[in-house]
Design a binder for this molecule. Structure first.
Ligand SMILES: *[C@@H]1O[C@H](CO)[C@@H](O)[C@H](O)[C@H]1NC(C)=O
Ligand SMILES: *[C@@H]1O[C@H](CO)[C@@H](O)[C@H](O)[C@H]1NC(C)=O
Length: 397
């Protein structure tokens, strides 16, 4: 070749090409490494853990054996028989429980404010529905003739109107066997604008809002899980599966249905499926996200499915409620669900196509996500764009 510059150019190009191939190759295993599944799952069910059970002593199940740490949660769980029940006659039973728990923590005053609020009220779990004035807006029970196969239980917050509408217009659309509900706290809020009239209008218009009268703050998310389980037990006990998702998730419902229908029946009966974290530990940086003081909790988290989106068998609803009455409150709702599932002797199932923390620097392109079951977070605009692309029969990847 008589063109040294061309040669230089060519080798530079080849180097770049090699680099691109390498980056793509290297990013693949890293992605899957970030979402490890528990040993031995998927494919086969573990025989010992297919049916829920709730032993009288939960200590061994929850790993509280040997030398017990002095941390408050561990001590509470060790002693706990049942949390004060909602119908307990002594008024303020749950408040008294919280105050006593707080009084035992020497450095309680140094805890972040939201954690202090959580601990003081954590045993108070019974809240009335927040019902808009006037008739209508009632959420219908599942009818015996039309039991949904999959209930989409989407956690939202009163002010997130656009996120809810995007779900209604895309993956949460009415479809056979599917029921959509949004879970919210009080639209009156605490020190914010009164969204009551707007949420009341929305509730009348769509009849898909389950609202309860508690402050809709992150550490109250467990209330949504428990109050939904209670609702399911009373109003929709035969639903096969419940998908818990955040309102910024995008779910490929047909693919999820196909996966659920293909599960071995025995496995499906105790299902707790999602992006599973098996080695998570509490974060100890004060002021950082998900900070947990050492005087509150010691040890590792149980294996749990990320709260961004997971599926649970509908028949576990009453079991989870029973377990929750005997598992000491924990501020993160997904870790708490993991604890309750562990108390029942069940294990989470990891699925590699649940992506609950899609990297902010990677746009959720239709081709990148078309084989996933669930991806988040997406803006309402991105969800609608993605939905349109995925409907397009001409979509080429
Ligand atoms: C519960 O089980 C633990 C560990 O298996 C044991 O040390 C403890 O004494 C038991 N508690 C009761 C009340 O039986
Ligand atoms: C959760 O809501 C209840 C009732 O509105 C409130 O008393 C409690 O402080 C809230 N929890 C947190 C962590 O703010």
């Amino acid at each position: 070749m008589r063109c040294p510059k061309c040669l230089l150019c060519l080798s530079a190009l080849l180097t770049l090409l090699g680099l691109k191939v390498y980056i793509e190759w290297a990013s693949q295993p890293r992605l899957s490494k970030a979402y490890p599944g528990p040993q031995g799952s998927p494919p086969g069910p573990t025989p010992a853990s297919l049916e829920p059970t709730l032993p009288a002593n939960l200590s061994a199940r929850l790993g509280l054996t040997g030398l017990l740490p002095l941390a408050s949660w561990n001590q509470q769980q060790w002693r706990l028989e049942t949390l004060p029940s909602a119908d307990s006659t002594e008024a303020g039973g749950c408040q008294a429980w919280g105050a006593a728990a707080a009084a035992e923590i020497p450095d309680f005053a140094s805890y972040p404010e939201d954690l202090r609020h959580f601990l003081l009220s954590a045993a108070c779990r019974s809240f009335p529905r927040w019902l808009p004035a006037g008739s209508g807006g009632q959420v219908a029970s599942c009818s015996a003739s039309d039991v949904p196969y999959l209930l989409l239980a989407v956690k939202s917050e009163p002010g997130r109107f656009a996120e809810r509408q995007a779900v209604r217009e895309t993956w949460g659309r009415p479809a056979p066997g599917i029921r959509l509900l949004f879970l919210l706290g009080s639209p009156v809020g605490q020190g914010g604008p009164d969204l009551g009239p707007l949420v009341a209008w929305e509730s009348h218009r769509y009849s898909d809002l389950l609202l309860w009268d508690f402050f809709d703050v992150p550490f109250n998310q467990t209330l949504k899980d428990l109050l939904l389980m209670d609702w399911v037990g009373r109003h929709c006990p035969d639903v096969a599966f419940v998908l818990h998702a955040q309102d910024d998730a995008f779910v490929r419902i047909p693919a999820l249905l196909e996966h659920l229908r293909g599960l071995p029946p025995a496995w499906a009966r105790g299902l707790y499926l999602g992006e599973v974290f098996t080695q998570a530990k509490p974060l100890r940086k004060p002021g950082g996200p998900f900070y947990v003081p050492g005087s509150f909790f010691e040890g590792d988290y149980p294996a749990y499915a990320s709260g961004g989106g997971y599926v649970i068998a509908g028949r576990l609803a009453p079991w989870l409620l029973q377990a929750a009455a005997r598992v000491a409150p924990f501020p993160f709702n997904d870790v708490y669900t993991g604890l309750c599932v562990r108390a029942l002797g069940l294990v989470p199932r990891a699925h590699p196509d649940f992506h609950t923390a899609w990297p902010a620097d990677r746009t959720a392109e239709p081709c990148a996500v078309r084989d996933l079951l669930l991806v988040r977070p997406l803006s309402p605009q991105d969800s609608i764009r993605l939905w349109k692309h995925l409907q397009d029969p001409q979509l080429q990847c």
